[in-house]
Design a protein around this ligand. Structure first.
Ligand code: TYD
Length: 205
């Protein structure tokens, strides 16, 4: 059995990745792949409970990092690893790059500690491909518009999202073979073409 592929979607809030996850799932299914869509923090019953806490409860950056990694551990063990072992392609809305970008870049938490947690929790499991929807924080803020009840991240200012973006850029520079940077300033159809091109360019289909 060929193991499934693990594809993650990253970018600042308002980058517009959600509709492309759905579209890519449909596109891969039409080519005969079995696909599961999931998200972080979340994806399992426990991880979804942790997500509620992380998004809506005041806590410091270490607590935030520990909770997102705890959620990730449960998600990996109970959903991601079994799916990949069955040959299912996993499309995941955010993964560890988000922790480096948000807790590391945005909150300024020690990325050395995040690296230790990453090793410990993931035991080497990294995405096969990470689609990074990159755009200016001002554009993303305009797209987000007025969210009625913003969570603890959506309510952050532009400077925070500048740091998050820089966090993503650093992760992409450290692992250029895994990342595909997409110009998310472009129109949706153009972004979708970039998604397809990045996925098709992989040698493993
Ligand atoms: P997301 O699902 O993209 O938000 P939405 O439901 O608004 O589309 O992501 C939830 C938030 O969690 C997002 O603002 C980023 C944050 N986050 C972290 O801070 N660290 C992490 O490790 C992850 C996975 C997400």
């Amino acid at each position: 059995m060929t193991p499934g592929r693990f594809i993650t979607f990253e970018g600042i809030d308002g980058a517009g990745k959600s509709s492309h996850i759905e579209a890519l799932a449909g596109w891969l299914r039409s080519r005969g792949h079995t696909v599961v869509m999931t998200r972080e923090p979340g994806g399992t019953a426990l991880a979804e409970r942790l997500r509620e806490l992380v998004l809506h409860t005041t806590m410091d950056a270490l607590c935030e990092a520990l909770l997102v990694f705890a959620a990730r551990r449960d998600h990996l063990v109970n959903l991601i690893e079994p799916a990949l072992a069955r040959g299912t392609t996993v499309l995941c809305d955010r993964y560890t790059d988000a922790t480096f970008a948000y807790q590391g870049g945005g909150r300024g938490f020690d990325t050395g500690v995040l690296g230790q947690l990453e090793l410990w929790v993931q035991q080497g499991r990294q995405p096969d491909l990470t689609l990074w929807f990159d755009l200016a924080p001002a554009t993303a803020a305009a797209r987000r518009g007025a969210v009625r009840a913003p969570d603890r991240f959506q309510s952050q200012d532009e400077a925070f999202f500048q740091r998050v973006r820089a966090g993503y850029a650093a992760r992409a520079a450290a692992d250029p073979g895994r990342f595909a940077r997409l110009d998310a300033e472009a129109e949706r159809e153009t972004v979708w073409q970039q998604v397809q091109a990045a996925v098709e360019a992989r040698p493993w289909w």
